[in-house]
Design a protein around this ligand. Structure first.
Ligand code: PLP
Length: 430
């Protein structure tokens, strides 16, 4: 596929037709295993002399098309689909960091990632050092000899300030440390590889699927990071792997292209820990992906219209949307989000907690759910739900105030979206 345009890649990359039946739609290869041609071929597949289908825990042809398509759209070289965004986050780090190692991460993270980093990885002996994303140099200060990766979200909610990808990626590269970006909220709007990130991951559950019907995740290898330059910095890719007869991944994979990171993840992490994406879910994500370029444009347009509308309301004390930031937030929006600011936004009701809950109860069109990135409009009141276990000051540190409402603006007609918000705001006044 010679095109570089996402609209074309989303429909064509990685697939033309089924070789056996000429099917245009990607078939759902609902099988656990694949018959080998010969004993020799089987041996070659297992020893990675030849790449091919063995068993759906490790690879599957439906997932393969999704992987190729996502890698093409993102500007990467190869991808690995997994069962959820959580699995993608965990694998992206565990593929490099081992017991006694550390990772430096932005504080502004999805709560599930925060728990994974602060508790589960800690229990596994991997320390995650959290730093303020407003200060790129904080990543350098937190780095030591055992730092294996940097990690951040492109457009973390609820603050929705774009992360300084280029600045932190450059710092990482000076140490031989890759930047892993969770780009879940901003597919196509930002391509982190264009700014120097080495790895991109998604919860495909959100915008990539786009229809709120499947959980999934993907990790994409940018193929742009020199894992061998500083072997002591990246031992997982530069020391013999006893589970593959002492293969050193950065060397062994060379004939196949710059895919050492993602191939190792497939044949060790996915082999040993499981969590593959189901072929049926891959099919649904391929369906969603076909319209992703259109949807991201419309999500961005509707959310900006909602932000501008809410900014005019007296009962709204603050609007949180990338285009409404001042200062450094505005600069980062201009630098990283010129193509559109996505469908996420928030606002603060002057009436606080009670007004927030009343507003949510008054919504008729918006769904009240703990999800984002659906074609439908979604809303949640974090202080009484997702963030209710935190104290008020902890909530404030994450950007959540008592009257804060998060919206994932969908693809309905803008007049219907604004009508629903108006009537719910009027009702929330009590
Ligand atoms: N990353 C971000 C930014 C998310 O919003 C989410 C889920 O909300 C995840 C990762 C985890 O993804 P999943 O729910 O598919 O496991």
């Amino acid at each position: 596929m010679s095109s570089k345009h996402p609209e074309t890649l989303a429909l064509h990359a990685g697939w033309r037709r089924d070789s056996a039946t000429h099917s245009v739609a990607v078939p759902i290869y609902q099988t656990t295993s694949f018959q080998f041609d010969s004993a020799e071929q089987a041996a070659n597949l297992f020893s990675l002399k030849e790449l091919g289908n063995i068993y759906t825990r490790i690879m599957n042809p439906t997932c393969d098309v999704l992987e190729k398509r996502l890698a093409a759209i993102e500007g990467g070289v190869a991808a690995l689909t997994v069962a959820s965004g959580q699995a993608a986050s965990a694998f992206s780090v565990q593929n490099l960091a081992r017991i006694g190692d550390n990772v430096v991460s932005s504080t502004d993270l999805y709560g599930g990632t925060w728990n994974l980093f602060a508790n589960t990885l800690k229990d596994q002996g991997i320390e995650v050092r959290f730093v303020d994303p407003n200060d790129p140099e904080a990543f350098a200060r937190a780095t030591d000899d055992r730092t294996r990766a940097y990690y951040a979200e492109t457009l973390p909610n609820p603050k929705l300030v774009p992360f300084p990808i280029a600045e932190v990626a450059a710092i990482g590269r000076s140490f031989g440390i890759p930047l892993i970006m969770d780009n879940t909220s901003a597919p196509l709007l930002v391509r982190p590889f264009d700014h120097g990130a080495a790895v991109v991951m998604y919860s495909t559950t959100k915008y990539i699927g786009g229809h709120g019907n499947s959980i999934g995740g993907v990790v994409i290898d940018g193929g742009n990071f020199d894992w061998e330059a500083n072997p002591a910095r990246q031992p997982a890719l530069n020391t013999p792997d006893p589970s593959y007869h002492g293969a050193v991944w950065s060397q062994a994979v060379k004939p196949l292209g710059p895919i050492a990171y993602i191939l190792k993840m497939r044949v060790t992490m996915l082999r040993d820990l499981g969590a593959p994406m189901a072929p049926f879910n891959a099919f649904l994500f391929l369906q969603g992906l076909e319209t992703l370029p259109l949807r991201m444009r419309e999500h961005s347009r509707n959310a900006l219209a909602v932000a501008n509308f809410l900014a005019e309301r007296r009962d709204v004390s603050r609007v949180i949307h990338p285009a409404h930031h001042k200062g450094i937030g505005a600069e980062r929006t201009a630098k990283y989000l010129p193509k559109g600011q996505g469908g996420l936004m928030g606002f603060e009701l002057a009436g606080g907690l009670t007004a927030g809950q009343r507003f949510i109860d008054g919504l008729k069109l918006f769904y009240h759910v703990a999800n984002i990135g659906d074609a439908r409009s979604l809303a949640i009141h974090p202080a009484s739900t997702t963030h209710s276990q935190l104290t008020e000051s902890e909530q404030a540190a994450t950007g959540v105030t008592p009257g804060y409402v998060r919206l994932s603006v969908g693809l309905e007609h803008i007049d219907d979206i604004l009508d629903d918000l108006s009537q719910a705001l009027d009702g929330a006044k009590g």
